[in-house]
Design a protein around this ligand. Structure first.
Ligand code: UD1
Ligand code: UDP
Length: 360
């Protein structure tokens, strides 16, 4: 039975990598369908190269456009490939437009859908990701919930319990598989003249933060204040969306170390040695929690409440003062908490469930 793995963005490549590796090693009947939502080398190919993933059999090169145009073009492109390849199941991961398009194209053709990282909710429908997650979950035949909390959410929405499996999050697999490699790899801290525990790491790319000039400016002012207060550098590997908006709004943060997005092993090094991480990324909230590094989330809500409950994370919103205050709060806390996202065997479990159901 043929398996289609649909992906399109940086986090999907990273979080699907453990699963793809199992299928590759098992010589399973599968193919990768890349939507091309991310396409710059540092947002895309670098991860295939570094994580030794097979080259996607299909890349429909959709690129960047509006929500509807991007999703619509993906649907058309994915459908053509599904009609040709006739997979028994399509696997998608997360909450991007590529995920929704993959799930919808499959479901309309009667192809089964497996959603990795099902059941996350921010309860904020202004986020494109929230709509993508909800719709994908309700289109899916297999819902791989990372935690029991996510499972509860799905059952609460009336999804049949036989479709829901608590597997852990494949991000743990990705971190465990690559952390030692990262430590042995090129010394990113040295290259950036950073000392372990003596810098902050920032990522910021979410539409609601960076597409709004006053909100983006307020966040950047908060970050600059942190550099002054702690006399420590802030490293910000900047997402292309944020770079574009920073230029468009003519925002010129003075004392931040802004660098290009980095590869996964370099980013793991930067994360694991940071004093504290500030982010609006979903994956980075999880990774900081897994790595034992305190996190300040620059958002009003999170679909990763497990990180808040563990004591690893705090929601700061976008006010400069509150961001600075939250850094102080997190630095005073004990740095030990349990990892709520699983044991690093999520991909194994997912493959087993799919295989036992007769797929793959
Ligand atoms: C997308 C996802 C978001 C996810 C993020 C991961 C949706 C709705 N959003 O947001 O959930 O957290 O990916 O990083 O699916 N660009 C480049 N090169 C690239 C990709 C993008 O320059 O390789 C620039 C383009 O100017 C583009 C902008 O970034 O317009 C936004 O890209 P897009 O894929 O639409 O959304 P992301 O912000 O990346
Ligand atoms: N990441 C990376 N290089 C960077 C920034 C992030 O490899 O410069 C990785 C990070 O380790 C995590 C993933 O990208 O696994 C998160 O992706 P992103 O923040 O773009 O998306 P989100 O998780 O918010 O959907």
């Amino acid at each position: 039975m043929k398996i289609a793995v649909v992906l399109g963005t940086r986090p999907e490549i990273i979080k699907m990598a453990p699963l793809i590796k199992i299928y590759k090693n098992n010589r399973a009947d599968f193919f990768l369908l890349h939507t091309g939502q991310h396409y710059t080398y540092q947002m895309d190919k670098v991860f295939f190269d570094q994580l030794e993933l097979p080259h996607p059999q299909y890349n429909i090169d959709i690129g960047s456009s509006s929500q509807a145009e991007q999703t619509g073009k993906m649907l058309i492109g994915i459908e053509k490939i599904f009609l040709k390849e006739k997979p028994a199941i399509a696997l998608v991961e997360g909450d991007t437009n590529s995920v929704l398009a993959g799930a919808l194209a499959a479901a309309k053709l009667g192809i089964q859908v497996g959603h990795v990282e099902a059941g996350l909710r921010s309860y904020d429908r202004t986020m494109p990701e929230e709509l993508n997650r909800m719709l994908t979950d309700h289109l899916s035949d297999y819902l791989f919930a990372p935690t029991s909390k996510a499972k509860k959410i799905l059952l609460g929405e009336g999804i049949n319990k036989n479709k829901v499996f608590v597997t852990g999050n494949t991000v743990v697999d990705a971190v465990f598989q690559n952390l030692e490699l990262a430590k042995k790899g090129k010394d990113v801290l040295k290259a950036l003249k950073l000392k372990p525990g003596q810098y902050f790491l920032v990522t910021l790319h979410r539409q609601e933060n960076v597409d709004n000039p006053s909100r983006f400016d307020s966040i950047l002012r908060g970050l600059s204040q942190i550099v002054i207060d702690y006399n420590l550098p802030i490293v910000y590997p900047i997402h292309p969306r944020s770079r574009k908006m920073m230029d468009e709004f003519r925002l010129r943060p003075k004392n931040l170390t802004i660098i290009e997005p980095v590869d996964f092993l370099s980013f793991l090094q930067l994360e694991s040695s940071a004093k504290l991480i500030l982010t609006d990324s979903g994956g980075v909230q999880e990774e900081s929690c897994i790595l034992g590094v305190p996190c300040v989330t620059i958002r009003d809500n999170t679909e990763r409440p497990e990180t808040l409950e563990a004591g690893a994370n705090i929601l700061a919103g976008s006010s400069s003062e509150r961001i600075v205050e939250c850094v102080g709060i997190m630095l005073k806390k004990k740095k030990k908490w349990p990892n709520p996202f699983g044991d690093g065997k999520a991909a194994e479990r997912i493959v087993k469930i799919i295989t036992e159901a007769g797929n793959g």
